[in-house]
Ligand binder design. Structure first.
Ligand SMILES: *Cc1c(COP(=O)(O)O)cnc(C)c1O
Ligand SMILES: [Zn+2]
Length: 416
């Protein structure tokens, strides 16, 4: 029972980033010639002639409005995903010393993280290939997103997470009926386990491994939306949290495709990387004079979503940041907690520590004088604080009797 999903007619195939060969977009997930990483390639010249902007604007209010630049159509019945808000945050900007600061709010995506974007595309591709199950190695958010997508599509899900993953994220995945496998070891060990399992389970779709070329395509939609919401113009600067580096590298791919199809004018956009000091292989390589990425053996940070010691797109991320004139910071857990609280208190947005990492990076770059006057800066806020707050507990005032005098005695600041 093969479900027919429309292939994008503009999809030319997959091109190897190592040897450059263009190959058919079949079930391969690495280059058939050299095992290098492959990426879908589109006929951007045809799209440029084709009234693509009008087609996008009359499309659904989901990430699938960018179907001309995605490899396949959505899986039938999949939940609507993406098209989250781009919002100015002047109070946070003032606190950080940034003139024109905006956030892309993926804390309010389908399962409360940006992972719904790559999963939307990877799961559609899994249905197209006739996969019998969805699987993934996850630092937490991907597990919930894959579990929800699999439930909706009627497929079993096997999600593998480090045993130390935040309980709220593990429970979210379990709630959707996934088989949640907690593994004693780092994310990189979990990843290797999945690679071994994938060897003799060709009918399972490992979304961030055997479906990775398609998974990563979903990450492009974050910048597609930002550009459209910004009046079909690239912002001057985006700050991107880095785990595997898929989101950061595909932000650059997305910008290049928007320009190649004539959807936005060619204007410079700097891309900067945000990582926690306890696991900052990419930021450290950038700050250490653009050297090669060295794997981090033992990640130790509150920002568990970003705790990937050997990022698949690590060197690619360094190259993108360098090429676009961006920068990086690796920020302490203390600064991350403070930044989560700052975003919440100044703008009413609750972010998980990955978001705090981005806010703290913006502060570090502002102090270093990286931003120019009136530069439009967009922060990628990729995960919700309701899943995992940064603060274990906050000091609360006393509980009181339902009595006005007792209230005013305990909270004198509220006196009229
Ligand atoms: C996975 C994740 C990231 C990093 O994405 P990569 O594409 O792996 O670099 C950032 N923020 C959150 C909240 C995540 O879950
Ligand atoms: Zn190759």
């Amino acid at each position: 029972m093969a479900t027919v999903i429309a292939r994008n007619a503009a999809l030319l195939g997959v091109r190897c980033r190592a040897c450059g060969t263009l190959q058919p977009a079949d079930t391969r997930y690495v280059c058939a010639e050299c095992m290098g990483p492959i990426e879908p390639e589109y006929d951007t010249a045809a799209l440029a002639r084709d009234g693509t902007r009008a087609r996008i604007q009359s499309g659904p209010q989901t990430l699938w409005r960018y179907a001309p630049l995605l490899p396949c159509a959505p899986a039938p019945g999949a939940w609507p995903t993406g098209w989250t808000a781009l919002v100015p945050v002047p109070r946070l900007g003032a606190a950080l010393g940034i003139d024109d600061l905006w956030i892309k709010d993926d804390t309010r995506n389908l399962t409360l993280s940006f992972k719904d974007r790559p999963v939307a595309v990877a799961s559609a591709r899994a249905v197209e290939q006739g996969c019998t199950a969805l699987a993934c190695a996850s630092t937490g958010n991907l597990a919930g997103s894959v579990a929800a997508a699999a439930a909706r599509l009627g497929l079993p899900a096997y999600v593998f997470v480090p045993a130390e993953t935040e309980p709220a994220k593990v429970m979210a995945a379990a709630t959707y009926g996934a088989t949640v496998v907690r593994v004693n070891g780092s994310y990189d060990r979990v990843n290797r386990l999945c690679a071994t399992l994938a060897d003799d389970r060709s009918s399972w779709g490992f979304v961030n491994f055997t479906l990775r070329p398609y998974y990563a395509e979903g990450s492009k939609t974050m910048l597609f939306e930002i550009a459209e919401q910004n009046g079909w113009r690239l912002p001057d600067h985006v700050i991107v949290p880095v785990g595997s580096g898929a989101l950061l590298t595909r932000t650059a791919t997305a910008a290049a495709q928007l320009v190649a199809t004539g959807l936005v004018p060619e204007t410079p956009m700097r891309i900067s990387a945000a990582q926690p000091a306890g696991c900052a292989p990419v930021s450290d390589a950038i700050l250490d004079d653009w050297r090669a990425v060295r794997p981090v053996r033992e990640a130790k940070t509150i920002a568990k979503s970003l705790a990937i010691g050997a990022p698949a797109d690590g060197d690619g991320s360094v190259a993108v940041v360098k090429r676009t004139g961006g920068s990086a910071a690796s920020v302490s857990d203390e600064d991350i907690v403070e930044a989560c609280s700052l975003a919440a208190r100044t703008e009413g947005i609750s972010v998980e520590p990955a978001g705090g990492t981005v806010v703290a990076t913006a502060r570090a770059l502002a102090r270093r004088g990286v931003f120019r006057k009136n530069e439009r800066v967009v922060l990628y806020l990729t995960g919700n604080g309701y899943k995992q707050g940064a603060a274990e507990s906050l000091p609360l005032g006393p509980a009181i009797a339902p009595d006005v005098d007792e209230f005013l005695a305990a909270y004198p600041q509220a006196r009229a």
